[in-house]
Design a protein around this ligand. Structure first.
Ligand SMILES: C[S@@+](CC[C@H](N)C(=O)[O-])C[C@H]1O[C@@H](n2cnc3c(N)ncnc32)[C@H](O)[C@@H]1O
Length: 245
């Protein structure tokens, strides 16, 4: 990433930002070991929360088990995609899609509708294994476990869309920024980032992170993305849609 893109981040650092002293270094962070201790704790928390296969099968309400109400319902995923994702794809061809944090594949089912080729990257080996089982007859899916921030395993300038639903809501801004900086390299020119994140900061119920919609706006502009839209999908969570130049 060029230094002239990084510079403004220092001057406009939020007072309540919980990351390290300067955000400049984060633009080149692509390994969890280089993140602040707070961000590494966030990764450990997520791994503990989402790393247990049995909990996914018997307890979590994210698309695998029978029951669980709206959260388990394929029609809810279709509704989210129809309202907030598909309108942004209407006038573009989408060949390769990168999904960050697919869990057990609940929103992946929607991405399969638009992608010719799909790459799934998740922090949890249990989740990637569950996706492999769930989508075993789909030949155009690549699977990777990462350390919570690295995208070195996926090709550069290859993706028309990077998407993540109901996952980065639990992820701190420092990690989101490090992902965004890498998306610049992973997306094809004109490619789209579609990220669901905490929009109004920390919320204990639902374990929402300190991310906000205006911080996302600033990250996007400092990294040179065009902000296409920010959709509130409920009173707290925001889906930001960014375009790579
Ligand atoms: C609540 S689940 C949601 C999964 C899925 N998107 C869905 O809607 O059903 C959160 C997922 O985010 C993944 N995750 C959390 N932090 C992550 C990070 N920093 N990098 C990659 N994956 C992460 C977890 O392993 C888990 O699979």
């Amino acid at each position: 990433m060029s230094p002239n893109v990084a510079a403004p981040l220092v001057q406009r650092r939020d007072a309540d930002y919980s990351g390290p002293e300067t955000e400049v270094g984060l633009l080149s962070v692509d390994k969890a070991s280089e993140l602040s201790p707070e961000a590494q704790n966030n990764i450990s928390w997520n791994l503990a929360q989402w790393g247990d296969r049995d909990r996914w099968i018997h307890e979590h309400e994210y698309g695998l088990r029978w029951g669980g109400g709206l959260q388990q319902s394929p029609s809810w995923m279709a509704d989210i995609a129809s309202r907030f994702l598909l309108p942004h794809l209407a006038d573009r061809s989408v060949r390769a899609v990168l999904e960050i944090a697919p869990g057990a594949g609940r929103f992946t089912t929607e991405l399969i509708r638009v992608a010719e080729e799909l790459w799934l990257v998740d922090l949890s080996p249990a989740c990637i294994q569950l996706c492999k089982e769930r989508f075993k007859y789909y030949k155009n899916i690549q699977y990777s476990v990462n350390d919570g921030v690295s995208l070195g395993m996926v090709p550069d300038r290859a993706f028309d869309l990077v998407a993540s639903f109901d996952s980065l809501v639990h992820v701190e801004p420092e990690i989101i920024l490090a992902y965004l900086a890498q998306f610049r390299d992973k997306l094809a020119p004109g490619g789209i980032v579609w990220l669901d994140h905490s929009g109004r900061g920390v919320k204990k119920i639902g374990n929402r992170s300190s991310m906000t919609y205006d911080r996302m706006h600033r990250f996007a502009s400092d990294l040179g993305f065009e902000m296409l839209a920010q959709h509130w999908r409920n009173t707290h969570d925001c889906i930001s849609v960014l375009r790579n130049p």
